[in-house]
Design a protein around this ligand. Structure first.
Ligand SMILES: [Zn+2]
Ligand SMILES: [Zn+2]
Length: 284
């Protein structure tokens, strides 16, 4: 842990933040900006949920309601003290490309996370009907290794064909599993799938994030774990963002000291930021 970061997140950017424009958050955008400035962050990206899965509520509110205008209001208020990016976390963009394109093609967004929140059925005949949300306990009624493999299959498909800037929480399945009390012994049994996904990310010029939300839930490591981050680096991965996945203002930037140390340990010397989906680098 770096001493100078204990009291300040100076120079860092939180690129995964949810607000009241997400179904699972009531966070006020102004309160989030205040928290970010108080913690020393100099940039945040709002990344509210856009989901099309079978158990998701219809989320056509982005960008048709006041999301972008509210972000504009925040920008006017915070000026140069906090750079505020407009983003979205799109669930399974590879499975719903036409719906996702309505957001992805909107010129006023800076940044998109592509995330998998569903396992894909290992039964190829079941198609999209076989999608099961990993945040439901019923997902883990199947054998655990199958549940993990099905999730990483989804990650691979997303990495190969989804439109996004950064692939979200690569091994999120461990966070969901642990929330339900299931063991997770690391990525090694699924290394071929995960490496193939990371290779696709690199070849397509996209990135991944370090998502610190498991730490905020008392779990031992962020998403991804250090070994997956190292695999990504070994495969030539360069594009990396940090995200708290905050759904409350006080959670913005949490455990970024841990994430920064991880990034450095894996060999990263800079982090990515985005403006209108173009990368801007900051040294770490
Ligand atoms: Zn997510
Ligand atoms: Zn999220």
């Amino acid at each position: 842990m770096t001493a100078r970061l204990i009291n300040s997140l100076n120079g860092l950017a939180d690129y995964h933040v949810h607000t009241r424009f997400s179904m699972d958050s009531e966070a006020d955008l102004v309160a989030i900006c205040e928290a970010a400035v108080a913690k020393g962050l100099d940039e945040i990206a709002f990344t509210d949920h856009v989901d099309f899965g079978p158990v998701d509520p219809p989320t056509s509110f982005l960008p048709s309601t006041g999301y972008l205008t509210t972000i504009e209001t925040c920008r006017a208020r915070w000026g140069t003290r906090l750079t505020i990016r407009a983003g979205a976390e799109i669930g399974e963009p590879h499975l719903f490309p036409e719906k996702a394109a309505r957001i992805l093609s909107h010129g006023d967004f800076d940044f998109f996370i592509g995330s998998a929140h569903y396992g894909v059925s290992l039964d190829p005949s079941s198609g999209i009907e076989g999608l099961q949300p990993t945040w439901h306990s019923t997902y883990f009624e199947q054998p655990l290794d199958q549940a993990y493999e099905a999730y990483f299959q989804q990650i691979l498909a997303l990495a190969k064909t989804g439109d996004f800037d950064v692939l979200g929480h690569v091994d999120l399945i461990k966070r969901d599993a642990r929330e339900f009390g299931h063991p997770y012994d690391g990525p090694e049994p699924y290394a071929d799938l995960i490496r193939a996904a990371l290779r696709a990310v690199v070849e397509r010029g996209k990135g991944i994030e370090i998502n610190t939300s498991p730490l905020a839930r008392g779990q031992p490591e962020p998403c991804p774990s250090l070994d997956i981050l190292r695999w990504y680096r070994e495969l030539g991965g360069e594009i990396l963002t940090l995200g708290s996945d905050a759904h409350r203002p006080e959670a913005v930037g949490t455990y970024f000291d841990v994430a920064l140390e991880m990034a450095r340990a894996a060999g990263f010397t800079r982090l990515a930021r985005f403006e209108r989906r173009q990368i801007k680098w900051t040294e770490i």
